[in-house]
Design a protein around this ligand. Structure first.
Ligand SMILES: Cc1ncc(COP(=O)(O)O)c(C=O)c1O
Length: 411
């Protein structure tokens, strides 16, 4: 295989290999700068970023509006902890709660922390409000879920690579097949406090559920007095053409878990958003985070909410997403087996005879396009939403050219 390595790239990768834990297997691309949809490596090569840091860079690398706010906040105050108030936190929580149509926000940092926090809130709500005996609560999750990497979260994963060797596992979770509302109904009992799902499963390969799934889960949760928690950490904040992916099915969850793009591609900002009857179960000392809701994060998060309120990225994702999907679907039967997704988010199943998804990622990187594989032969296309139609065409042209000639469409 020809490689992208040059001496600078090789030196950087060798240093990583010696001193960075090997919990990832990155492509041999060493970013030195980025702007909009483009990443430049240490040797000056440019790549079109079709991953957007797993949707954390929805608004483009170094979005000028977000960077200007970050600079201004760096010159004011960056961190005080929650031991004091800051003039940034209230406006952020008010704006984010309003965006979600809810009352309150619990600010955290990483996505996994938002999930952990949501689980704790649901268990506490179960005890305090629903009347589930302490220690008896259960939460129903979907097969093939991905909600992060903490000990509790991997306890309810069915990905053996994510779990193996990390036990003992946290009890209190049940699983049902994603998309099967009847199976969720069967899994719920009188001690169930929440159903936790990704509205569209991202890491599983951009899996869109049947149209009746989320509306039926919503009805089920209301009927059985169970919280519906939507993990919109990857699917939310304009990625699918709506502010929240749940909107595609007219569903409003009880709890939103948000992260990734909430930090504007600058720093980790996450949140649990819900009404007072849910988030109100937390009292001083019961939960917290030194960095959660810090002034820099809050200033950036407020700007992200302002951007979302304008709707321009939701529109771009819808319009350009149709273009991306049209171009990708044209490759079905010519190296591509299936294309799924919504907006500027596509899961592309490769014909397995072409090699692994990882091989294709390497081939595409050599052609200047960065994508990420998942589950063997699936590629994810999730570019920053600032991408243009011409850039989409160029990326898909590179993809088509990376498919061996014998499998390509005849002109
Ligand atoms: C749906 C979902 N939830 C939670 C997470 C975890 O977020 P983080 O990596 O910021 O902890 C991810 C990350 O990919 C995700 O896709």
């Amino acid at each position: 295989m020809t490689t992208l390595e040059s001496s600078r790239t090789e030196t950087a990768i060798a240093l990583d290999a010696r001193h960075t834990a090997h919990n990832y297997s990155p492509l041999p691309v060493v970013a030195a700068a980025a702007e909009g949809v483009w990443i430049t490596d240490v040797d000056g090569r440019r790549y079109l970023d079709c991953l957007a840091a797993y949707s954390a860079v929805n608004f483009g690398h170094r979005n000028p509006e977000i960077i200007a706010v970050a600079h201004a906040q760096l010159d004011a105050v960056t961190l005080v902890s929650r031991a004091f108030h800051s003039d940034r936190l209230g406006p952020f929580c008010a704006a984010l709660a309003d965006l979600c149509g809810k009352d309150m926000v619990l600010p955290m940092n990483s996505g996994a922390e938002a999930v952990e926090s949501g689980l704790k809130v649901a268990r506490k709500w179960g005890v305090d409000v629903k009347g589930v005996p302490a220690g008896e609560a259960n939460i129903v999750v979907a097969h093939n879920n991905f909600h992060g990497r903490t000990t509790t979260i991997i306890s309810f994963s069915d990905d053996e690579t994510a779990r193996r060797g990390f036990g003992p596992y946290t009890p209190g979770f049940r699983m049902a097949p994603f998309g099967d509302a009847d199976a969720f109904a069967d899994a719920i009992d009188e001690h169930t406090v929440a159903v936790l799902v990704e509205p569209i499963q991202g890491e599983a390969g951009v899996i869109v559920p049947p149209d009746d799934f989320l509306p039926r889960l919503r009805a089920l949760c209301t009927e059985r007095n169970v919280l519906l928690i939507a993990d919109e950490i990857q699917s939310g904040l304009a990625r699918t053409g709506r502010t929240f992916a749940c909107e595609h099915w007219g569903v409003v969850p009880d709890v939103y878990l948000l992260g990734k793009a909430l930090g504007g591609g600058v720093l980790p900002v996450s949140a649990v958003v819900a009404d007072r009857d849910v988030l109100g179960v937390l009292h001083p000392g019961e939960h917290g985070s030194t960095f959660g809701g810090n002034p820099l994060a809050a200033a950036i998060g407020t700007t992200v909410v302002e951007i979302l309120n304008r709707g321009e990225y939701q529109r771009r994702s819808t319009e350009l997403g149709e273009h991306l999907h049209r171009r990708l679907r044209a490759l079905i039967g010519h190296g591509v087996v299936a294309v799924r997704g919504k907006g500027l988010w596509a899961g592309v199943d490769l014909d397995p005879s072409l090699g692994s998804g990882k091989d294709m990622c390497h081939r595409l990187a050599r052609r200047g396009v960065l994508v990420k594989d998942t589950h063997g032969a699936t590629l994810r296309f999730a570019p920053p939403l600032v991408i243009t139609a011409d850039e989409i065409d160029w990326a898909v042209d590179q993809f088509e050219a990376a498919i061996p000639a014998s499998r390509r469409k005849l002109p």
